[in-house]
Ligand binder design. Structure first.
Ligand SMILES: Nc1ncnc2c1ncn2[C@@H]1O[C@H](COP(=O)(O)OP(=O)(O)OP(=O)(O)O)[C@@H](O)[C@H]1O
Ligand SMILES: O=P(O)(O)OC[C@H]1O[C@](O)(CO)[C@@H](O)[C@@H]1O
Length: 488
């Protein structure tokens, strides 16, 4: 599992942190907003202008614009939009006092050492600077007082901030982020950025954040324990873990991952647990929320968990191509030929598009109902980021505060709203630049030394992930959503 260390734990790191913070705020003060707007326009334009279809940038811009007023937005191209009357909503959830996880169904895997308890150390963060952000943008956050329960009081204070809250039945607050998003949209990358953001904020910087990644659990269990060095690519659909027919195994890995997250949260190993999986189906999310509710209901639980959904979308073909290119070097594919890896990931994407149901406002409302019906009284929050953040998503946030909410929750909500609102300026531009650079460099390479047979990254990506392929993805998604609507 990936982990980031908590905030400063000693004098030296505190000094470094203070210096970082000073530089950070100085940068904010000297970079006027105008520069940001000009930069934004130029960068976006130049990324889009890579596309040979000159109509693309206009289409994307107008699509982006048309989304801004949509209260039930899911994606920039409209195809993921959920329909107000549709029933891709939650199911009726019966009362359940004991969770399968808490009944230790999957503790077998721990007992048999199939999953170790290590966290893999620091997440390598992209080289980024939290620049271009006006200090005014942080007004909400700076209102948070420094002696708050989530804040780090003195450099010598290595203890956990623990404030007992009346409103949480005497239990301290913890947070679980439930990520939602198709493969390669940037979930893991954005999780790392979120952790960095949490730890850059004075009110939350000592929160211990850990990422629980279902893909890592899958790899650990299926490679290591079976004595394999890397993923075996499926020859047919029955071998293919990502084929909807074989969802059982994938669900098992997800359950184990969530189990580990809840257990570690309860053991006070971390304060914020990020459940990094696609969580692409309503049933899965239903399971996750059930587990969280069961945890909160259980008098034996040590903390009160607030669930926060973070949905990430990315549907611009060039960004997806770039992301898949990056994925083709990861632990699943490091020993596979490039073309093979891209093809395999393309097939994985198709499987996911054929079963993905975006997290919608209806689903959010059903969650609120679930919490209220069970008399749990905790909150639930949901945020959307359209990777690279160029589509404003502030209005897509869904907040349901508990009746008596604690200050920790307000601070986390403020922080999340700021993260979503300023995502592009903090992280998105760097990403856009990187994608642009990749395509420009590759283009130059191709021109400088054309390979016989045309086999290079660009031509491989372009031939497998071509326009037709993206059309098919949209069709699969549409069909799935139609079937779900018919089924209700
Ligand atoms: N916002 C971003 N900033 C920088 N790089 C990004 C961003 N989004 C995606 N990428 C690039 O795309 C690659 C794939 O993204 P990432 O692994 O985060 O996706 P994911 O949604 O977690 O995928 P999966 O579900 O398959 O694990 C990353 O390695 C990174 O290079
Ligand atoms: O079980 P879920 O929710 O699809 O998510 C886990 C899967 O997501 C992925 O990250 C998708 O690429 C896989 O590595 C992993 O097995």
């Amino acid at each position: 599992m990936e982990s980031l260390q908590p905030g400063p734990r000693n004098g030296l790191s505190f000094i470094r942190f203070s210096l970082d913070t000073l530089i950070f705020f100085l940068l904010f003060s000297f970079l006027p907003d105008l520069k940001v707007i000009v930069y934004k326009a130029q960068t976006f334009q130049s990324v889009l202008s890579y596309n040979t279809d000159s109509g693309v940038s206009e289409r994307v811009l107008s699509r982006a614009g048309s989304q801004m007023g949509s209260p039930n937005f899911i994606s920039r191209n409209g195809s993921l939009k959920s329909n107000q009357t549709s029933a891709n909503s939650l199911f009726s959830l019966g009362k359940k006092n004991y969770s399968n996880l808490l009944l230790n169904k999957s503790s077998y895997y721990y007992q048999n050492d199939e999953i170790d308890d290590d966290h893999d150390g620091l997440i390598p963060l992209p080289d980024m600077l939290l620049s271009n952000l006006s200090i005014d943008d942080f007004s909400e956050l700076s209102r948070v007082d420094s002696g708050s329960p989530l804040s780090f009081n003195t450099p010598r204070d290595n203890r956990r901030r623990s404030v007992v809250k009346e409103s949480t039945g005497g239990k301290r607050s913890k947070f679980i982020f439930i990520l939602v998003g198709l493969p390669a949209v940037g979930k893991s990358t954005i999780s790392a950025q979120l952790i960095r953001f949490i730890q850059s904020n004075p009110a939350t910087h000592s929160l211990r954040c850990l990422v629980y990644n279902a893909g890592k659990v899958r790899r650990k269990m299926s490679f290591k324990n079976l004595g394999k060095l890397s993923m075996e690519l499926a020859n047919n659909s029955s071998d293919d873990l990502f084929n909807p027919k074989n969802s059982e195994k994938k669900e098992k890995y997800a359950r184990i991952t969530l189990d580990k997250l809840l257990k570690e949260l309860d053991r006070d190993v971390c304060d914020v647990g990020i459940f990094d999986a696609t969580n692409s189906r309503v049933q899965r999310r239903q399971f996750v929320f059930e587990e969280i509710c069961a945890y909160n209901e259980n008098p034996e639980s040590n903390f009160r968990v607030t669930p926060m959904v973070l949905q990430i979308t990315c549907d611009e073909p060039n960004f997806i191509r770039y992301n898949v290119h990056q994925k083709s070097f990861n632990e699943d594919y490091f020993d596979k030929p490039y073309e093979y890896a891209v093809r395999d990931f393309a097939r994985r994407l198709k499987n996911y598009y054929s079963q993905f149901t975006p997290f919608s406002c209806e689903e959010f409302n059903s969650l609120v109902k679930l919490i209220n019906d069970r008399g749990l009284g905790h909150g639930v929050f949901a945020y959307n980021i359209v990777n690279t953040g160029l589509v404003p998503s502030k209005h897509l946030n869904n907040n349901h505060f508990p009746t008596n909410f604690s200050r920790e929750i307000v601070q986390m909500v403020n922080l999340m709203e700021s993260f979503v609102e300023h995502y592009t300026r903090m992280f998105g531009y760097t990403y856009i630049e990187r994608v642009k650079e990749f395509f420009n460099e590759e283009m130059k390479n191709v021109e400088a030394k054309p390979t016989p047979g045309g086999l290079n990254y660009l031509s491989t990506l372009g031939s497998i992930l071509d326009e037709e392929y993206f059309g098919e993805l949209q069709q699969l998604l549409r069909r799935n959503l139609e079937n779900i609507n018919i089924g209700h």
